[in-house]
Every structure is written in structure tokens, then in C-alpha cells.
Design a protein around this ligand. Structure first.
Ligand code: 4AD
Ligand code: MG
Length: 445
């Protein structure tokens, strides 16, 4: 009796008669043999149909099978170390083939296609092995995020997506009509997180966030997933200590559980193996000095131009890449100027011109992967900041309330899942890190 098998378990089924339900990924034939690469969502297996082993009409069906047709195959698993596939090393000698649906001519063939064409066919492109590997790594990253937080005493508390006011800044808001009143898609769950923190101590929210980013870059999406931990009685040092453990766990988990997928992506993993705490940290002021020195020393006029910066400016992509390039691990950049950051960040006691914040910059040019800070907890300072920043006291009344009832020092950060996926997978562009990317010039499919 043949029993159902998932291709990921093929090694455990050596010598057994199995049933595989899936799709034809690729096919070649040679006389009396048809080699079918069959995928079932968990892997790809080479299934060999030998004319004498199948009823004639089924062998003919195998020969005529079109790419991406859905099929059910019965056959016997045998060891063959040359057999391609994921995991590979085993093939299936086919004894029966049932065609469920014969696919029309498939638009994506193994030949090269332009990226816009592939993006237009994203709903189909997701079946290709590269995309398959990325989405599996993405799932592992999300699971690692949740596992680490759940195991370290953080409670998942959800925050709203439809909100009455900006969470981060007013320049990148998506506005919608909420029964005749304006509402906005959440840019962050942070402010609600701070309320939840006062109820539960250590919390996190994890969901989609929205930014109407008007510039076209390799690192920005309009819709991205962010995990945001928020902790009571945490200082900047506590935040950094926690973040590096958390990030290292995510990277190491992917390395141990997704080797095959990293190989499919041809990711050089030596740089990732090195991602263990402690991570280096420098101040914003030191980073600016290093950038200015690099700009002065370089003989490349384009680089020199792109590295121009004055104290007070926020970093652009070239600055982040240059700073990250000075280290072989992610680097914490701390204490940015007050003006460069959000209204809720805690000013430094000794130098009130900077805030107790940190961005984490990934190596290899992947840019900022986390942003976080200590939050203002003093009610008087909160009131003053709200006034000087021109923030609507009405819209933020509930948030200002938090500093009035048992306020505590606290800190938190946000990690962009897609930036993390891009870095770990080694992808030059963020568009492949999420199943259906929302970009400046794309919301289809
Ligand atoms: O630095 P950001 O804007 O921080 C916040 O939203 C804070 N409220 C988070 C917090 O402290 N709870 O965003 C955090 C991270 C960035 O470091 C980046 O990884 C990612 O979110 N991110 C984006 N990812 C993709 N596309 C975009 N447009 C992104 N904007 C931010
Ligand atoms: Mg940021």
C-alpha cells in the first residue's frame, strides 16, 4: 500500500511506496524515460517514469505534461545521491500518474525574465525555487522572533491598524475615510504599546505597518511588517543588551534550520555565522566624524559627494552603508540629535541636544534594521515636547495620560521584518522579501 508523503520527508521513506500530490516544476525526456521535477510545497523531488512501469496512457500523459500541471504520483522512493531536488539525494520510480489539471502554457519558464514581468506575475513567481526559499526563510524569521520574545517573558498585545493620529511622523501617512472623518493606517504600534507596557510590563506588537514613502529606494515598502517590543524600567543599555541577543538568535536560528534555502539563494553564510553578541556601538557624533574623515580621504569623487554630512543631518543610505562597512557585525549607532528623531524620545541628561536612542545598522549595506529609544516618562517634559512639536493635545490626550499615572522609565524598538529578510537572504532589493510588495509604483497583484 502506497502512503502519502511530503517531499521534505523523502529520506525517511527510502524503499517505500508513496503518493505525492503536487505540481510539475520541470521535465525532460529521453526515449522511454520521463524525468519529472515535482514540487509539493515542501520540496522538489525527481520522479522518473519508465515506460514499462506505467499503463501506456499514463506514460503518454507524463510525456505530454505541461509545466505547473497539478498531479498525483504514486511510486517507490530509492536512494540516488545524484538525484536533484530539495532535499534531493532520492528519486521516485513512478508507477502511476494522475493528472488533476493540465496547466496552460506557463508564462514563467526557466529562462531569464525581466523584473517587471516577474512582478506582474508575482502570484505565479512565488512558485519558483528562489522565491520559495525566501518565503520559507521569512516564515522562520517570524517564528524565531515570536519564540524568542514569548520565551523571554514578553506578552503579545495587539495594537490597532486604523488610528486617529500619526504614530511616527505626519509626512508618510496613508489617510482613509472613517465614516466622514479622517483616519490613518498605523505607521507603528508603539504609542499603544506604551500603554500596554504599563499594563503588562514587557510587551510586543507584531503586525503590518504603513508608510506613504514618496521616494523609490531598495529598502522601503509602503506596507511592511514590524515587531515592536516595549519594556518597563528599561534603559538604553538594557535595550541594546536585549536587542543583540534577540537579533543574534534570529540569525542563528535561520542558519541552523534553513541551510538548504540559504544554499538555493547562494548566500555566503560566513558573514552570518559571525553574528553573535556583543555588537559594536558608536555614537551618532562619532559616526559623523568617521564619515567626514572617510569623505576627506577618499579619492572617489562620487563617494566623496555622497558622504557629505553635517552634524544634525539624518543619515542617508550611503552614510549607513559606509558606517556599517566599518564593522563586521551589526553596529548600534546611539544618541542622534533631537531634531533628527521622533517627539517621544528621551533627551540625554548630560547633553540635551541628543536623545537616548539607537538604530542598528546591518552589515553588507542592508541599512537600518531596527530603530528604538528610551521614551520620555516625565510628565512635565512630555507636556513641553507636545507643545513645542505642535502635536495635537486632543488627539494624543490618551498618550499624554500615560505619563500622568505611574509613569516609569521605559524603552522599546521596532524591527522591520523585510529588512531582516533582505539581509539574511542577501537580497539586493526589498521587493522579494514579502509575498506581495507594495511600492511607489506597484500595488498589483
Ligand atoms: O525607525 P522606525 O521608523 O521606528 C518606529 O516606527 C518606532 N516607532 C519603532 C519603535 O520604537 N517601536 O521603524 C522601525 C524599523 C526600521 O528600523 C526599519 O527596519 C523598518 O522599521 N522600516 C521599514 N521597512 C520597510 N519599509 C519601510 N518603509 C520602513 N520604514 C521603517
Ligand atoms: Mg528609524
Amino acid at each position: 500500500m502506497a502512503t502519502p508523503m511530503l517531499i521534505q520527508d523523502i529520506a525517511a521513506c527510502d524503499g517505500q511506496d508513496v503518493i505525492i500530490k503536487g505540481w510539475l516544476y520541470n521535465k525532460t525526456h529521453k526515449g522511454k524515460l520521463v524525468f519529472m521535477q515535482v514540487r509539493d510545497g515542501t520540496g522538489i523531488a525527481q520522479c522518473v517514469a519508465f515506460q514499462k512501469d506505467l499503463p501506456p496512457e499514463q506514460f503518454e500523459a507524463a510525456r505530454a505534461l505541461t509545466q505547473e500541471s497539478s498531479i498525483i504520483i504514486t511510486g517507490r522512493v530509492r536512494r540516488d545521491e545524484r538525484a536533484p531536488g530539495y532535499p534531493g539525494g532520492y528519486e521516485v520510480g513512478v508507477t502511476a500518474l494522475e493528472v488533476i489539471h493540465e496547466a496552460e502554457e506557463y508564462p514563467i519558464s526557466p529562462k531569464e525574465h525581466g523584473v517587471e514581468f516577474l512582478m506582474d506575475n508575482r502570484h505565479l513567481w512565488l512558485r519558483s525555487s528562489h522565491q520559495w526559499a525566501i518565503i520559507r526563510i521569512r516564515a522562520t524569521i517570524i517564528k524565531a522572533i515570536r519564540d524568542w520574545l514569548d520565551d523571554h517573558g514578553y506578552l503579545l498585545v495587539d495594537t490597532p491598524i486604523l488610528t486617529p493620529a500619526a504614530g511616527e511622523n505626519t509626512t508618510t501617512l496613508f489617510q482613509i475615510d472613517y465614516f466622514g472623518e479622517p483616519a490613518f493606517l498605523a505607521q507603528t504600534g508603539q504609542l499603544y504599546n506604551e500603554a500596554n507596557m504599563a499594563a503588562h510590563g514587557k510587551v510586543y506588537c507584531f503586525g503590518p505597518t504603513f508608510r506613504a514613502e514618496k521616494s523609490k529606494t531598495r529598502r522601503h515598502l509602503m506596507e511592511f511588517w514590524m515587531v515592536e517590543p516595549e519594556m518597563a524600567f528599561f534603559s538604553l543599555d538594557d535595550l541594546i543588551a536585549m536587542e543583540q541577543e534577540f537579533i543574534a538568535y534570529i540569525v542563528q536560528t535561520v542558519l541552523t534550520t534553513r541551510r538548504q534555502e540559504l544554499t538555493i539563494l547562494e548566500r555566503d553564510t560566513t558573514r552570518l555565522e559571525n553574528i553573535i553578541p556583543p555588537f559594536p556601538r558608536i555614537t551618532y557624533t562619532e559616526a559623523v566624524a568617521r564619515l567626514q574623515k572617510l569623505a576627506a580621504e577618499t579619492t572617489d569623487p562620487e563617494l566623496k559627494e555622497s558622504l557629505q554630512i553635517e552634524w544634525g543631518d539624518d543619515f542617508g543610505a550611503p552614510h549607513e552603508t559606509a558606517i556599517a562597512g566599518m564593522f563586521d557585525k551589526p553596529v548600534f549607532v546611539t544618541h542622534y540629535p533631537v531634531e533628527a528623531k521622533a517627539f517621544y524620545m528621551q533627551p540625554n541628561e548630560e547633553d540635551p541636544g541628543v536623545v537616548n536612542c539607537t538604530d542598528l545598522l546591518a552589515p553588507e549595506g542592508y541599512g537600518e534594521i531596527t530603530g528604538g529609544s528610551e521614551r520620555i516618562s516625565d510628565p512635565a517634559l512630555m507636556a513641553e515636547r507636545v507643545k513645542t512639536m505642535g502635536i495635537s493635545e486632543e488627539a494624543y490626550r490618551w498618550y499624554i495620560d500615560l505619563s500622568r499615572y505611574g509613569s516609569v522609565p521605559h524603552a522599546g524598538f521596532g524591527l522591520g521584518v523585510e529588512r531582516m529578510v533582505a539581509w539574511i537572504c542577501g537580497l539586493p532589493h526589498i521587493r522579494e522579501t514579502i509575498p506581495y510588495p507594495r511600492m511607489l509604483s506597484r500595488k498589483y497583484p
